[in-house]
Design a protein around this ligand. Structure first.
Ligand SMILES: C[S@@+](CC[C@H](N)C(=O)[O-])C[C@H]1O[C@@H](n2cnc3c(N)ncnc32)[C@H](O)[C@@H]1O
Length: 285
């Protein structure tokens, strides 16, 4: 075990997703690592809403002996696999942007046309999210390649150096399925911990690979699935009124709130023009 620990210690640990990913839990990583202290080092962790895989990665680094399943619903691992292509394309785009142009400044029409030409002629894999994040204003993303071509003005938001994701998904099992199916697959396992980080109620879920829009009943389904779990970590926010609804149902109609006997950690985050609170509820026995 000591040897394993030694080997794992040398692996790089990421505090944020190595590629842009909207909704990644980077603001929660410190608290998440602390909370993991209350969970088993050798459990089976199922990251039901894996997104960028940041929570899976964090668990595997903290507990190398655990089994970690990353539900890669958005095919993020494909983006990781193609990181060399992405760096190659971004280097071609960098060559077009004048070196003296300030960060986040708009690009001229001429430069925009040249960039579009480069993208159109590129025959390799195109990571639409990373490319659009490099050219769009205010950290927004495109859904598809046409969104990039149709974007009004490009901005100089390109990262100065190459992206790197070495060892990021080492030792992690990757699956891609609806979270309900995954719960079914693992429901009979011992020492199992489900990690829930669903799209938020007020999130624009179009930026995820969702086949439907997340509505209140979808959230209630998730909360409902918590009630018979002995160990879980569940992320949510104060937006959307879900927490108030659960408390109200409990008080008024005696419908037990599955979050009632859990522990809670909160983190304040800020977005453009707003500050909001995110929560991590957890139960470990
Ligand atoms: C808030 S993000 C998770 C972020 C992730 N924890 C991270 O740190 O990067 C929610 C994720 O749930 C995924 N998702 C949407 N519908 C899903 C479903 N039915 N089953 C599993 N995952 C789903 C979204 O595509 C998105 O990647």
């Amino acid at each position: 075990m000591q040897e394993l620990f030694y080997l794992e210690k040398r692996l790089r640990r990421y505090n944020a997703s190595p590629l842009p990913f909207q909704g990644q839990k980077r603001y929660f990583i410190k608290q998440f690592i602390d909370v993991l202290n209350e969970f088993p080092y050798n459990g089976t962790y199922v990251d039901l809403f894996g997104g960028s895989g940041l929570l899976s990665h964090t668990i595997k680094r903290k507990y190398p002996e655990s089994r970690v399943i990353f539900n890669d619903f958005d095919n993020f691992s494909e983006r990781i696999k193609n990181i060399k292509n992405t760096n190659f394309l971004l280097n071609k785009i960098r060559e077009i942007i004048p070196t003296n142009l300030k960060e986040k400044s708009p690009l001229s029409e001429n430069h925009k046309d040249n960039i579009i030409e480069v993208i159109k002629n590129y025959e390799g894999y195109i990571d639409v999210k990373t490319v659009s994040k490099s050219l769009f204003y205010g950290g927004t993303y495109a859904e598809n390649i046409d969104d990039i071509f149709n974007y009004k003005t490009f901005y100089n938001c390109i990262k100065k150096t190459d992206y790197n994701a070495d060892e990021y998904l080492n030792g992690i099992e990757i699956v891609s399925k609806d979270y309900r199916e995954l719960i079914e697959d693992f429901s009979d396992f011992q020492n199992i911990i489900f990690v829930y980080d669903p799209p938020y109620l007020t999130t624009n879920s179009e930026s995820y690979n969702s086949v439907f829009h997340w509505k209140l009943n979808d959230y209630l389904d998730i909360v409902d699935s918590l009630k018979n779990k002995t160990k879980f970590i569940y992320f949510t926010s104060h937006k959307g009124g879900l927490l108030e609804l659960l408390e109200w149902m409990d008080e008024k109609y005696k419908i037990e709130n599955p979050l009632k006997n859990t522990k809670k950690v909160s983190v304040k985050t800020s977005a453009i023009n707003s500050v909001y609170t995110d929560f991590m509820f957890y139960k470990h026995k």
